[in-house]
Design a protein around this ligand. Structure first.
Ligand code: 6R9
Length: 635
């Protein structure tokens, strides 16, 4: 029996049991039957939790681009691989077939070589969501260069520190990008960053917004003429399964960002296998993940996972609010999207607009809806289910991390019964554990603790670039023989998991551990509330007290704030108990968010503690302007 495509709940349990009983044999079968290898592995898995060393498919040889492109050419050469939907809805969408993708990747790879890039070199990529982004990633992989994508919204300082940390030799960027009605001058941000990066030898620049930019002689090159003059023949470099594929930076709770390193073989097998099952992908589907490729979600579930399955993957350049809040639904109708994968923050922003925009479009092509990035609150879940999925498209609430490489806890659509706010069950091969503060595993159901994973999985990050010690300390020192995720979770009476938020978001009030997510859920139930964030602040008697930042919906008439405060606290009392009541409630215009949509509680904590002189760097926020506004209106 092939275990590649799970279609029933019973089958999930069978395959899960098999994957846990004998992981090596299980993953070996999947790897063997569904991928192209140039040489077989000598060993499926070796690992040492103490040293934080993990190897999958050791000694195997392959090239991931042959798996994502070449092997589809015979059967799917004329099928669309990447469907590019530009920022401006009046511009035509671009359908890049597998054949065309092959040609463009090979040409790009030859350009990289002509600029001196070799196997093992690091190439930084700072591009908007245009086809060149996916193509340049694949071109690096074609020749064995390591890509390090920096989200094209980061500041010059953030870029230069990442470039220097990974010793990149080349930068790939564009003249600029479109974001709704605005344009952003990317090249000048790169120019500023490159003042501080002696290692960069060349810069390739894609022309996109036709702006007038500065090109430095001998360092900067327009891409188009280089591509034109280049052959489209480029043999795929023979790579080791454990060679690095990419570096992707993720922020830690303290200190500088961590360059997570993913390697080729295990990452390929796991992202492809999860994609197939979590989205119940079928040959004729049109799959759309709204993330930016600058995040892990885009790496794994716009580029590698979908292409390894020969899928059509949509890349959208724009924003959900341009030209109006109907854009997402317009795209779903236009391209007959079958799987739609987005983040709770986007769902809440769209829900705030009511259903008027949704009603204009035909969303009947949708089969599966996905959520990723943060816990999805109950209200957003129902809104998504009722208005987008019309209660017939299962929602997969997928929990995972940059470090895990692929989805770890998730329902399998049409198999696992879903439950709002629950990521439900571990994916095949994933062995979660909940731990208490004393390092004991909490067995059985109806327990809550720190979420760990107690057995290696193929897509786990292998190290932090240049700092293996930090990798060991951060993820493998909290508990013996386990990977520590940094998240808290509970397991309900049937064994379903609910992620309760970062463990560092736990607030202890009068000796009670309170997770921020359930309190925020309670607040968000209030019909006037759009979004909320809770932080702790020092309190004489309780140790910590709770401070709530609450954004209101556009409710037309302005509501009496004192009454709203009472109603919100009453809801919290009803849902959680008086212990979780908020001491302070501030109504805000918005909440500070990271570029990937996560609320930056660190900043809110500082404001609540009246330590606004210690806010740290706010330049990487999506909306730095709300910070000052919040400070000015402190409760
Ligand atoms: C894929 C991605 C990882 C952190 C993770 C957790 C939060 C992600 C979630 C979720 C609850 C979900 N998170 N998905 N929390 N439910 N479905 O987002 O990676 O950017 O590294 O963030 O995001 O706290 O630890 P990354």
């Amino acid at each position: 029996m092939s275990n590649y495509h799970i279609k029933q709940f019973e089958e999930y349990f069978q395959v899960y049991r098999k994957s846990v009983r004998n992981p090596e044999q299980f993953w070996e079968e999947i790897a063997e039957e569904h991928f192209t290898w140039k040489k077989r592995w000598s060993n499926v898995l070796s690992y040492d939790f103490k040293k934080a060393e993990f190897k999958w498919f050791e000694d195997a040889k392959l090239n991931i681009t042959e798996n994502c492109i070449d092997r589809h050419l015979h059967t799917r050469g004329d099928k669309t691989a990447i469907l590019f939907e530009p920022n401006n809805p009046d511009d035509e969408a671009e359908h890049i077939t597998y054949k065309q993708l092959h040609e463009r990747v090979c040409k790009f790879a030859n350009v990289l070589k002509s600029k001196g890039i070799k196997k093992g070199d690091v190439v930084c990529i700072y591009l908007p969501m245009i086809p060149e982004l996916a193509i340049s990633i694949l071109a690096c992989a074609r020749i064995g260069a390591i890509h390090s994508v920096i989200f094209a919204g980061f500041s010059a300082t953030a870029i230069s520190s990442r470039i220097n940390d990974c010793n990149a030799k080349m930068m790939i960027t564009s003249d600029g990008s479109y974001r709704g009605s605005k344009t952003i001058d990317l090249k000048s941000i790169v120019d500023e960053a490159l003042n501080e990066t002696p290692g960069i030898e060349s810069v390739l620049v894609a022309k996109h917004i036709q702006s007038d930019i500065n090109m430095k002689d001998g360092r900067d090159f327009w891409l188009a003429p280089l591509l034109e003059d280049t052959s489209s023949d480029c043999a795929a470099e023979v790579m080791d399964a454990e060679d690095p594929l990419f570096i992707l930076y993720t922020s830690g709770s303290t200190g500088k960002p961590k360059g997570m390193v993913h390697t080729i073989g295990g990452y390929m097998v796991y992202t492809a296998y999860t994609f197939k099952n979590v989205f119940q992908y079928r040959e004729e589907d049109i799959y759309w993940c709204t993330a930016d490729i600058g995040w892990i979600t885009g790496h794994s579930y716009i580029v590698y996972g979908p292409l390894a399955n020969g899928a059509t993957s949509v890349m959208f350049e724009g924003v959900p609010s341009y030209p109006d809040y109907g854009r997402f639904w317009n795209i779903v109708e236009k391209h007959k999207i079958t799987q739609f994968y987005t983040a709770p923050t986007a769902i809440r922003a769209l829900a705030k607009q009511g259903t008027e925009f949704i009603e204009k479009y035909d969303l009947s092509s949708l089969k599966v809806l996905g959520s990723v990035g943060e816990p999805i609150n109950e209200e957003a879940w129902h809104w998504y289910d009722e208005n987008v999925g019309k209660k017939k498209s299962p929602i997969v609430d997928t929990w995972w991390q940059t470090e895990t490489g692929g989805i770890m806890i998730t329902p399998i659509p049409f198999s696992t019964p879903t439950k709002p706010t629950y990521a439900t069950l571990p994916f095949i091969g994933v062995q979660p554990a909940l731990m208490d503060e004393n390092g004991q595993e909490l067995k059985g159901n109806q327990v809550e603790g720190r979420l760990c994973i107690k057995f290696p999985w193929p897509a786990m990050a292998r190290t932090i670039w240049g700092n293996h010690q930090r990798y060991k300390d951060t993820y493998f020192s909290a508990y013996d023989n386990m990977y520590f995720t940094g998240d808290g979770a509970l397991r309900d009476e049937v064994g379903y998991y609910r992620i309760t938020g970062r463990v560092d978001d736990v607030i202890i009030v009068s000796g009670h551990n309170l997770g921020t997510a359930p309190i925020e859920d309670a607040i968000n139930e209030h019909p006037a509330v759009s979004e909320s964030a809770i932080v702790g602040f020092p309190h004489d008697v309780k140790g910590n007290a709770l401070y709530g930042y609450v954004t209101l919906k556009d409710v037309g008439e302005s509501r009496n704030h004192e009454n709203l405060r009472m109603e919100i606290n009453q809801l919290i009392t009803d849902r959680i108990g008086p212990i979780a009541k908020l001491d302070k409630i501030q109504f805000t215009e918005g909440l500070p968010k990271t570029r990937s949509g996560k609320i930056m509680r660190r900043i809110l904590r500082k404001i609540a503690a009246n330590e606004t002189d210690q806010l740290g760097d706010t330049s990487t926020l999506l909306n730095p302007e709300v910070v000052q506004d919040i400070i000015n209106n402190v409760k």
